[in-house]
Design a protein around this ligand. Structure first.
Ligand code: PLP
Ligand code: COI
Length: 338
C-alpha cells in the first residue's frame, strides 16, 4: 500500500487522508455539484451560524476491507436519511440521501489506500453539514456546507471487545425530552465533554446517561446506544431523546431474526440493568462493546464474572461477519464501493 501508517496500532484518532468532498448550497440554488479537494482547512466567516449558534450535524459510518479485497460500506443510505432528518430539525436544506451515498462511495474510492488491511481496522467516514453562511441574529444560515472526510481507525475504547467499566451519570444529562437528543447535532457532543472527562479520570470507559425527567431510566452512552440481556430477552431504551442508532437497529434485527430473542424497546430502568445477565453498547465507532462492570452511586455490578457474555459474543460475531461480507446478509446492509 502507498501510505505510511502503523496498521497494527490504530486507535480512534484522526489520521488525515488524501481527499475530502465539499458541496455548498446557496439560497434558492440548491446544492452545487461538489468538488474533491486535498483534506485540509476550509475558510468560513467568524459569523458563520455553525460557529456562533451550533447549526451543525455530523454522521459516522465505516468501510471495511473484506478478505477478498472488496471495500464494504454498512447501511450508508440510513446515515444519509438520518442526516436529512437532522437537517430538517436544524433548518438546513437536506442533502439528498442518494447523493450522500454517491459522495461517500467516491470519497472512499479516492482514499482507498487508507482503508486498513483486512482485520486491522476500518476507514471511518465522517460526513458533516454546517450552516456556514454569516448571520448575526439567531437564524438559519443563508449558506450551508456538506463535507465528507475519512480517517483509518481502530477500536474506539482501548478495551476493544474486552468488557469495559461504565458508570451511570448522576450529575449531568445529555438531552432533554423534546430536545435534540435524537439528532446527531454537534452541540450534543459538546455537552458530554465535561462529564466524560470526569469519569475517564476515574478509569471508566464512558458514562451512561439517565433520562432528564425522572433520572431513573437509561438513555444511552455519550457515543453509543445501550442494551442489556435478561434470559432470552434483549432490552433497549425506546426512541425519544436518544440517537436512533443504525447499529442499534441492526442488532435488534439480528437478535430477533437470527437468535430468536424477544426484543423489547421500553423504559429500561437502572434496576433492570443492574439485574441483567449481560450488558453492552452499540455504535459505528464502538461496534458492540461489552459492559463488564456497571457502577451506580458506588454500587458495583460485574456481569458474567467480567467475561464477555454469550449473547453479546454471538451478536458481535454476526454483526462483524456481515460487515466483512463473511455471513449471509439477508437484509442488503452491505454495499461494495467498486
Ligand atoms: N448514540 C450516540 C450519541 C452516538 O453518537 C452514536 C454514534 O453514532 C450512536 C448512539 C450509535 O449510532 P450508530 O449505530 O448509527 O453509529
Ligand atoms: C459514531 O459511532 O460514528 C459516532 O459518531 C460516535 C462518536 C465518534 C461521536
Amino acid at each position: 500500500m502507498g501510505v505510511d501508517i502503523d496498521w497494527d496500532n490504530l486507535g480512534f484518532a484522526l489520521i488525515p487522508a488524501k481527499e475530502m468532498y465539499v458541496s455548498i448550497t446557496q439560497p434558492g440554488a440548491g446544492w452545487d455539484a461538489g468538488v474533491f479537494r486535498p483534506f485540509g482547512p476550509i475558510s468560513i466567516s467568524p459569523a458563520a451560524a455553525v460557529l456562533n449558534y451550533g447549526q451543525g450535524l455530523f454522521e459516522g459510518l465505516k468501510c471495511q476491507r473484506a478478505r477478498d479485497g472488496r471495500l464494504l460500506l454498512f447501511r450508508p443510505l440510513d446515515n444519509g436519511r438520518r442526516l436529512a432528518e437532522g437537517a430538517r430539525r436544524m433548518c438546513m436544506p437536506e442533502f439528498p440521501p442518494e447523493r450522500f451515498v454517491a459522495a461517500v462511495r467516491e470519497t472512499v474510492r479516492r482514499n482507498a489506500d487508507y482503508v486498513p488491511p483486512y482485520g486491522k481496522g476500518s476507514l471511518y467516514i465522517r460526513p458533516c453539514q454546517w450552516g456556514t453562511g454569516a448571520v448575526l441574529g439567531v437564524q438559519p444560515a443563508p449558506e450551508c456546507t456538506f463535507v465528507v472526510y475519512v480517517s483509518p481507525v481502530g477500536p474506539y475504547f482501548k478495551t476493544g471487545f474486552r468488557p469495559g467499566r461504565f458508570i451511570f451519570m448522576r450529575e449531568y444529562h445529555r438531552a432533554a425530552p423534546k430536545g435534540m437528543g435524537n439528532v446527531k447535532a454537534i452541540g450534543n457532543y459538546a455537552a458530554t465533554l465535561y462529564p466524560a472527562k470526569l469519569i475517564k479520570a476515574q478509569g471508566f470507559n464512558d458514562c451512561i446517561y439517565l433520562d432528564a425527567r425522572q433520572d431513573q431510566y437509561i438513555e444511552e452512552v455519550g457515543s453509543a446506544n445501550f442494551f442489556c440481556v435478561k434470559g432470552r430477552t434483549l432490552l433497549t431504551p425506546a426512541l425519544g431523546s436518544i440517537l436512533p442508532g443504525i447499529t442499534r437497529q441492526s442488532v435488534m434485527t439480528l437478535a430477533r431474526e437470527v437468535l430468536g430473542l424477544e426484543v423489547r424497546e421500553m423504559n429500561v430502568s437502572v434496576e433492570d440493568a443492574l439485574h441483567a445477565d449481560e450488558a453492552f453498547c452499540t455504535g459505528t465507532a464502538t461496534v458492540i462493546s461489552p459492559i463488564g462492570t456497571l457502577v451506580l452511586d458506588g454500587r458495583e455490578v460485574v456481569f458474567q464474572r467480567g467475561e464477555v457474555g454469550p449473547v453479546t459474543r454471538k451478536l458481535y460475531d454476526l454483526l462483524t461477519r456481515i460487515q466483512l461480507g463473511e455471513e449471509e446478509d439477508s437484509w442488503g446492509w452491505t454495499m461494495s464501493v467498486e
